[in-house]
Design a protein. Structure first.
Length: 220
């Protein structure tokens, strides 16, 4: 196991402490989440079921023997566990590198506690080095890109990619995200934008940061 995988595994093990048994759990998407699912498979908590943010996560959960329910069926959730592409010390995040940002944001919105797991390389002072993913509808892709340029961004179409919802993703460089909440609101107002990968309106509640000296916990 690589050093980075060891850190992701450590963060995943720390996140297990937030699992609520006899209820549903929301589970995100990505390499750190894969480690979390491995931890769940080893420890076998008594869950009513899982609500998944992507087809890839659903397949991994089912292979591990867990029931996966729709969010429409499960309703509000006690906890949602996911990773992030970048996170600041206000627990605001950029997510969507794997393309699951819309489902992730919906699940986060109905979860009482959002637990985010990262290795220390993902923690930044100001968001934006990682390009901001924006899921858009196809017919509005070029019009949205032009508005993003007017906001100072440099959008690039994610080639040969569609989300699980069937939509393209624009990865946007160079946006000023020093006020992440304001920018999230501004981008959400563009017609044709499905979801912005900024999680500032709904940041994490708990941030688990795995580093050389163990896992540090930050809370909001």
């Amino acid at each position: 196991m690589s050093k980075q995988d060891e850190l992701k595994r450590a963060a995943a093990e720390a996140a297990y402490e937030y699992v609520v048994e006899d209820d549903y759990i929301g589970i995100g998407t990505g390499s750190t989440v894969d480690h979390f699912i491995d931890v769940l498979a080893e420890r076998r908590p008594a869950l009513r079921g899982c609500v998944s943010s992507s087809e890839a996560t659903t397949a991994r959960l089912k292979k591990a023997g867990f029931d996966v329910e729709t969010l429409n069926y499960a309703g509000n959730l006690p906890v949602y566990v996911d990773g992030a592409d970048e996170v600041n010390r206000r627990l605001e995040m950029i997510k969507g590198g794997g393309g699951a940002l819309t489902r992730e944001k919906v699940i986060a919105s109905v979860s009482r506690r959002f637990v985010c797991m990262v290795d220390e390389s993902k923690v930044v002072d100001i968001l934006g080095h990682f390009p901001l993913p924006i899921e858009v509808i196809e017919m509005g892709r070029s019009a949205i890109a032009r508005q993003l340029v007017q906001l100072g961004g440099a959008p690039e179409l994610r080639e040969d990619f569609k989300t699980d919802n069937g939509n393209p993703v624009l990865d946007v460089y160079n946006l000023d995200l020093s006020n992440a909440t304001a920018m999230e609101d501004r981008l959400n107002a563009i017609p044709g934008v499905v979801t912005v990968g900024l999680f500032a309106r709904r940041p994490a509640d708990v941030l688990l940061v795995a580093g050389a000296n163990g896992v540090n916990t930050l809370t909001r």
